[in-house]
Design a binder for this molecule. Sequence first.
Ligand SMILES: NC(=O)c1ccc[n+]([C@@H]2O[C@H](COP(=O)([O-])OP(=O)(O)OC[C@H]3O[C@@H](n4cnc5c(N)ncnc54)[C@H](OP(=O)(O)O)[C@@H]3O)[C@@H](O)[C@H]2O)c1
Length: 274
Amino acid sequence: MAGSFALNTGASIPSVGLGTWQIKPEVVGDTIYAAVKAGYRHIDCAPAYSNETEVGLALKKLFEDGVAKREELFITSKLWSGNHAPEDVPEAIDTTLKDLQLDYLDLFLIHGPIRIRKGTTHIPENLIPTDIPATWGAMEKLYDSGKARAIGVSNFTCKKMEDLLAVARVPPAVNQVECHLIWQQAKLRELCQSRGVHLSAHSPLGEASVLRNPIVAAVAEKLQKTPAQVALRWDLQMGQSVLPRSGNEGRIKENFDILIVPQCTAMRNRLAWL
Ligand SMILES: NC(=O)c1ccc[n+]([C@@H]2O[C@H](COP(=O)([O-])OP(=O)(O)OC[C@H]3O[C@@H](n4cnc5c(N)ncnc54)[C@H](OP(=O)(O)O)[C@@H]3O)[C@@H](O)[C@H]2O)c1
Protein backbone atom coordinates (compact mmCIF):
# COMPACT_ATOMS: atom_id res chain seq x y z
CA MET A 1 0.00 0.00 0.00
CA ALA A 2 1.49 3.29 -1.13
CA GLY A 3 2.47 5.96 1.36
CA SER A 4 0.79 8.61 -0.79
CA PHE A 5 -1.79 9.21 -3.51
CA ALA A 6 -1.37 11.35 -6.61
CA LEU A 7 -3.39 14.56 -6.89
CA ASN A 8 -4.57 16.13 -10.15
CA THR A 9 -2.08 18.96 -9.51
CA GLY A 10 0.86 16.56 -9.91
CA ALA A 11 1.60 16.68 -6.17
CA SER A 12 1.11 13.75 -3.76
CA ILE A 13 -1.02 13.60 -0.64
CA PRO A 14 0.26 11.33 2.17
CA SER A 15 -2.01 8.32 2.76
CA VAL A 16 -2.25 8.87 6.51
CA GLY A 17 -2.68 12.29 8.09
CA LEU A 18 -3.33 13.39 11.65
CA GLY A 19 -6.73 14.94 12.38
CA THR A 20 -6.65 17.86 14.80
CA TRP A 21 -10.35 18.48 15.47
CA GLN A 22 -11.19 18.40 19.19
CA ILE A 23 -7.55 18.21 20.24
CA LYS A 24 -7.26 20.84 22.96
CA PRO A 25 -4.90 23.76 22.24
CA GLU A 26 -2.81 22.90 25.31
CA VAL A 27 -2.01 19.40 24.02
CA VAL A 28 -2.19 19.73 20.23
CA GLY A 29 1.48 20.76 19.99
CA ASP A 30 2.79 17.65 21.77
CA THR A 31 0.38 15.50 19.75
CA ILE A 32 1.66 16.85 16.44
CA TYR A 33 5.27 16.60 17.54
CA ALA A 34 4.74 12.92 18.49
CA ALA A 35 2.92 12.21 15.22
CA VAL A 36 5.60 13.73 12.99
CA LYS A 37 8.30 11.88 14.96
CA ALA A 38 6.31 8.68 14.37
CA GLY A 39 6.36 9.31 10.60
CA TYR A 40 3.18 11.30 9.86
CA ARG A 41 3.71 13.85 7.11
CA HIS A 42 0.17 15.23 6.77
CA ILE A 43 -1.63 17.38 9.35
CA ASP A 44 -5.29 18.26 8.81
CA CYS A 45 -6.12 21.64 10.34
CA ALA A 46 -8.91 24.21 10.29
CA PRO A 47 -9.49 27.58 11.94
CA ALA A 48 -12.78 26.11 13.19
CA TYR A 49 -10.77 23.75 15.42
CA SER A 50 -9.53 26.76 17.45
CA ASN A 51 -5.99 25.41 17.75
CA GLU A 52 -4.14 26.61 14.64
CA THR A 53 -1.90 28.98 16.63
CA GLU A 54 -0.70 26.07 18.74
CA VAL A 55 -0.30 23.88 15.64
CA GLY A 56 1.88 26.64 14.18
CA LEU A 57 4.10 26.70 17.27
CA ALA A 58 4.54 22.92 17.04
CA LEU A 59 5.44 23.10 13.33
CA LYS A 60 8.00 25.82 14.05
CA LYS A 61 9.60 23.64 16.73
CA LEU A 62 9.64 20.59 14.44
CA PHE A 63 11.48 22.62 11.78
CA GLU A 64 13.89 24.18 14.31
CA ASP A 65 14.66 20.79 15.88
CA GLY A 66 15.31 19.30 12.44
CA VAL A 67 12.63 16.62 12.86
CA ALA A 68 11.10 17.53 9.49
CA LYS A 69 11.54 20.16 6.80
CA ARG A 70 8.62 22.27 5.57
CA GLU A 71 8.76 20.68 2.13
CA GLU A 72 8.43 17.21 3.68
CA LEU A 73 5.11 18.04 5.32
CA PHE A 74 1.66 18.30 3.76
CA ILE A 75 -0.47 20.83 5.60
CA THR A 76 -4.19 21.16 4.96
CA SER A 77 -6.47 23.89 6.26
CA LYS A 78 -9.96 25.06 5.44
CA LEU A 79 -12.06 28.11 4.60
CA TRP A 80 -14.66 28.62 7.30
CA SER A 81 -18.32 29.04 6.40
CA GLY A 82 -18.38 32.69 7.52
CA ASN A 83 -15.67 33.62 5.00
CA HIS A 84 -17.26 32.53 1.71
CA ALA A 85 -17.54 36.07 0.28
CA PRO A 86 -14.84 36.28 -2.43
CA GLU A 87 -13.33 39.37 -0.79
CA ASP A 88 -12.98 37.49 2.53
CA VAL A 89 -11.18 34.45 1.10
CA PRO A 90 -7.67 36.01 0.79
CA GLU A 91 -7.88 37.38 4.34
CA ALA A 92 -8.98 33.97 5.63
CA ILE A 93 -5.97 32.15 4.19
CA ASP A 94 -3.63 34.92 5.36
CA THR A 95 -4.92 34.51 8.93
CA THR A 96 -4.45 30.74 8.76
CA LEU A 97 -0.95 31.08 7.28
CA LYS A 98 -0.01 33.57 10.02
CA ASP A 99 -1.37 31.25 12.75
CA LEU A 100 0.37 28.20 11.27
CA GLN A 101 3.57 30.26 10.67
CA LEU A 102 3.71 29.08 7.06
CA ASP A 103 4.17 30.73 3.64
CA TYR A 104 1.84 28.34 1.83
CA LEU A 105 -0.62 25.51 2.39
CA ASP A 106 -0.39 22.23 0.54
CA LEU A 107 -4.18 22.07 0.43
CA PHE A 108 -6.91 24.61 1.18
CA LEU A 109 -10.49 23.33 1.27
CA ILE A 110 -13.90 24.97 1.39
CA HIS A 111 -14.87 23.47 4.77
CA GLY A 112 -18.42 22.76 3.72
CA PRO A 113 -21.13 23.75 1.24
CA ILE A 114 -22.71 25.86 3.95
CA ARG A 115 -22.49 29.61 4.39
CA ILE A 116 -23.17 31.70 7.47
CA ARG A 117 -23.04 35.45 8.00
CA LYS A 118 -19.47 36.64 8.59
CA GLY A 119 -18.43 36.58 12.23
CA THR A 120 -21.49 34.65 13.38
CA THR A 121 -21.84 31.16 14.80
CA HIS A 122 -22.99 27.97 13.10
CA ILE A 123 -26.69 28.06 14.03
CA PRO A 124 -29.62 27.84 11.58
CA GLU A 125 -30.58 31.53 12.02
CA ASN A 126 -27.18 32.59 10.63
CA LEU A 127 -27.34 30.52 7.43
CA ILE A 128 -27.33 32.43 4.13
CA PRO A 129 -27.35 31.08 0.55
CA THR A 130 -24.04 29.86 -0.81
CA ASP A 131 -22.50 31.11 -4.03
CA ILE A 132 -19.98 28.33 -4.59
CA PRO A 133 -18.91 29.50 -8.09
CA ALA A 134 -17.96 32.92 -6.64
CA THR A 135 -16.18 31.42 -3.62
CA TRP A 136 -14.40 28.93 -5.87
CA GLY A 137 -13.24 31.78 -8.11
CA ALA A 138 -11.49 33.31 -5.08
CA MET A 139 -10.01 29.91 -4.19
CA GLU A 140 -8.64 29.62 -7.76
CA LYS A 141 -6.85 32.94 -7.28
CA LEU A 142 -5.14 31.53 -4.16
CA TYR A 143 -4.04 28.56 -6.24
CA ASP A 144 -2.71 30.92 -8.94
CA SER A 145 -0.81 32.91 -6.28
CA GLY A 146 0.88 29.79 -4.86
CA LYS A 147 -0.47 30.39 -1.33
CA ALA A 148 -2.48 27.18 -1.76
CA ARG A 149 -0.65 24.55 -3.77
CA ALA A 150 -3.88 22.62 -4.17
CA ILE A 151 -7.50 23.63 -3.60
CA GLY A 152 -10.48 21.47 -2.86
CA VAL A 153 -13.72 21.05 -0.99
CA SER A 154 -15.08 19.18 2.00
CA ASN A 155 -18.46 17.62 2.72
CA PHE A 156 -19.60 18.02 -0.90
CA THR A 157 -22.24 15.55 -2.17
CA CYS A 158 -22.31 14.16 -5.73
CA LYS A 159 -24.67 16.92 -6.86
CA LYS A 160 -22.52 19.67 -5.36
CA MET A 161 -19.37 18.15 -6.89
CA GLU A 162 -20.98 17.98 -10.33
CA ASP A 163 -22.16 21.60 -10.05
CA LEU A 164 -18.66 22.73 -9.08
CA LEU A 165 -16.87 20.67 -11.74
CA ALA A 166 -19.15 22.23 -14.36
CA VAL A 167 -17.89 25.76 -13.58
CA ALA A 168 -14.37 25.27 -12.18
CA ARG A 169 -11.39 26.61 -14.14
CA VAL A 170 -9.11 24.81 -11.64
CA PRO A 171 -10.80 21.50 -10.80
CA PRO A 172 -10.88 20.60 -7.10
CA ALA A 173 -7.97 18.31 -6.18
CA VAL A 174 -9.70 16.79 -3.13
CA ASN A 175 -13.12 16.23 -1.61
CA GLN A 176 -12.69 15.54 2.11
CA VAL A 177 -15.75 13.71 3.44
CA GLU A 178 -16.68 11.35 6.24
CA CYS A 179 -15.92 7.90 4.89
CA HIS A 180 -15.47 4.56 6.62
CA LEU A 181 -16.78 1.01 6.65
CA ILE A 182 -20.14 2.09 8.06
CA TRP A 183 -20.55 5.05 5.66
CA GLN A 184 -18.82 3.91 2.50
CA GLN A 185 -19.70 6.75 0.06
CA ALA A 186 -19.74 4.38 -2.95
CA LYS A 187 -21.46 6.80 -5.38
CA LEU A 188 -19.33 9.76 -4.38
CA ARG A 189 -16.13 7.70 -4.61
CA GLU A 190 -17.05 6.57 -8.13
CA LEU A 191 -17.80 10.14 -9.21
CA CYS A 192 -14.60 11.53 -7.67
CA GLN A 193 -12.43 8.77 -9.15
CA SER A 194 -13.95 9.24 -12.61
CA ARG A 195 -13.29 13.00 -12.50
CA GLY A 196 -9.76 12.87 -11.05
CA VAL A 197 -10.72 14.22 -7.61
CA HIS A 198 -9.00 12.51 -4.66
CA LEU A 199 -11.36 11.45 -1.90
CA SER A 200 -9.89 11.98 1.56
CA ALA A 201 -11.62 10.32 4.51
CA HIS A 202 -12.32 12.46 7.55
CA SER A 203 -13.61 10.78 10.72
CA PRO A 204 -12.25 7.48 9.32
CA LEU A 205 -12.99 5.75 12.63
CA GLY A 206 -16.49 7.25 12.77
CA GLU A 207 -15.33 8.94 15.99
CA ALA A 208 -14.51 5.41 17.24
CA SER A 209 -17.97 3.95 16.40
CA VAL A 210 -16.47 1.77 13.63
CA LEU A 211 -14.20 0.14 16.20
CA ARG A 212 -17.23 -1.28 18.03
CA ASN A 213 -18.54 -3.02 14.89
CA PRO A 214 -18.43 -6.81 15.47
CA ILE A 215 -17.38 -7.58 11.86
CA VAL A 216 -14.45 -5.17 12.12
CA ALA A 217 -13.47 -6.79 15.41
CA ALA A 218 -13.67 -10.29 13.90
CA VAL A 219 -11.54 -9.30 10.87
CA ALA A 220 -9.01 -7.67 13.19
CA GLU A 221 -8.75 -10.81 15.27
CA LYS A 222 -8.28 -12.97 12.20
CA LEU A 223 -5.57 -10.70 10.74
CA GLN A 224 -3.89 -10.08 14.10
CA LYS A 225 -4.42 -6.33 13.66
CA THR A 226 -6.36 -3.84 15.75
CA PRO A 227 -9.90 -2.76 14.76
CA ALA A 228 -8.56 0.74 14.01
CA GLN A 229 -5.93 -0.67 11.66
CA VAL A 230 -8.57 -2.72 9.82
CA ALA A 231 -10.86 0.31 9.52
CA LEU A 232 -8.11 2.61 8.23
CA ARG A 233 -6.64 0.04 5.88
CA TRP A 234 -10.07 -0.36 4.23
CA ASP A 235 -10.03 3.33 3.25
CA LEU A 236 -6.51 3.06 1.87
CA GLN A 237 -7.37 0.01 -0.20
CA MET A 238 -10.36 1.92 -1.63
CA GLY A 239 -7.91 4.62 -2.78
CA GLN A 240 -8.69 7.16 -0.04
CA SER A 241 -6.27 8.92 2.27
CA VAL A 242 -7.25 8.86 5.95
CA LEU A 243 -7.14 11.48 8.70
CA PRO A 244 -7.48 9.64 12.02
CA ARG A 245 -7.36 11.73 15.18
CA SER A 246 -5.84 10.53 18.42
CA GLY A 247 -4.41 12.30 21.40
CA ASN A 248 -2.65 9.15 22.57
CA GLU A 249 0.93 8.45 21.46
CA GLY A 250 0.43 4.66 21.29
CA ARG A 251 -2.71 4.98 19.18
CA ILE A 252 -1.06 7.62 16.97
CA LYS A 253 1.63 5.04 16.13
CA GLU A 254 -0.91 2.23 15.77
CA ASN A 255 -2.93 4.26 13.26
CA PHE A 256 0.18 4.93 11.18
CA ASP A 257 1.34 1.33 11.21
CA ILE A 258 -0.92 0.29 8.33
CA LEU A 259 1.42 0.79 5.39
CA ILE A 260 3.67 -1.82 3.85
CA VAL A 261 7.11 -0.24 4.12
CA PRO A 262 9.02 -0.04 0.82
CA GLN A 263 11.79 -2.38 2.09
CA CYS A 264 9.18 -5.11 2.66
CA THR A 265 7.73 -4.60 -0.83
CA ALA A 266 11.23 -4.77 -2.31
CA MET A 267 11.95 -7.95 -0.32
CA ARG A 268 8.69 -9.53 -1.50
CA ASN A 269 9.47 -8.64 -5.12
CA ARG A 270 12.92 -10.17 -4.76
CA LEU A 271 11.46 -13.36 -3.28
CA ALA A 272 8.98 -13.53 -6.15
CA TRP A 273 11.92 -13.89 -8.55
CA LEU A 274 13.36 -16.93 -6.70
N1 LIG B 1 -13.87 18.45 7.01
C1 LIG B 1 -14.68 18.22 8.01
O1 LIG B 1 -15.81 18.73 8.07
C2 LIG B 1 -14.26 17.30 9.11
C3 LIG B 1 -15.22 16.79 10.01
C4 LIG B 1 -14.80 15.91 10.98
C5 LIG B 1 -13.45 15.56 11.06
N2 LIG B 1 -12.54 16.10 10.19
C6 LIG B 1 -11.10 15.76 10.29
O2 LIG B 1 -10.96 14.34 10.44
C7 LIG B 1 -10.25 14.09 11.66
C8 LIG B 1 -10.64 12.76 12.29
O3 LIG B 1 -12.00 12.70 12.52
P1 LIG B 1 -12.63 12.73 14.00
O4 LIG B 1 -11.78 13.62 14.82
O5 LIG B 1 -14.07 13.02 13.85
O6 LIG B 1 -12.57 11.26 14.54
P2 LIG B 1 -11.93 9.82 14.19
O7 LIG B 1 -10.51 9.96 13.76
O8 LIG B 1 -12.87 9.08 13.31
O9 LIG B 1 -12.00 9.17 15.65
C9 LIG B 1 -11.31 9.77 16.73
C10 LIG B 1 -11.67 8.99 17.98
O10 LIG B 1 -11.16 7.65 17.87
C11 LIG B 1 -10.27 7.38 18.96
N3 LIG B 1 -9.16 6.61 18.41
C12 LIG B 1 -8.22 7.02 17.53
N4 LIG B 1 -7.37 6.03 17.23
C13 LIG B 1 -7.78 4.95 17.94
C14 LIG B 1 -7.30 3.60 18.05
N5 LIG B 1 -6.23 3.19 17.36
N6 LIG B 1 -7.96 2.76 18.89
C15 LIG B 1 -9.04 3.17 19.61
N7 LIG B 1 -9.55 4.43 19.54
C16 LIG B 1 -8.92 5.31 18.70
C17 LIG B 1 -9.83 8.73 19.48
O11 LIG B 1 -9.58 8.65 20.87
P3 LIG B 1 -8.10 8.93 21.50
O12 LIG B 1 -7.77 10.35 21.18
O13 LIG B 1 -8.31 8.69 22.95
O14 LIG B 1 -7.16 7.96 20.86
C18 LIG B 1 -11.07 9.58 19.22
O15 LIG B 1 -12.01 9.41 20.26
C19 LIG B 1 -10.58 15.31 12.51
O16 LIG B 1 -9.75 15.42 13.63
C20 LIG B 1 -10.46 16.42 11.50
O17 LIG B 1 -9.10 16.73 11.26
C21 LIG B 1 -12.93 16.95 9.22
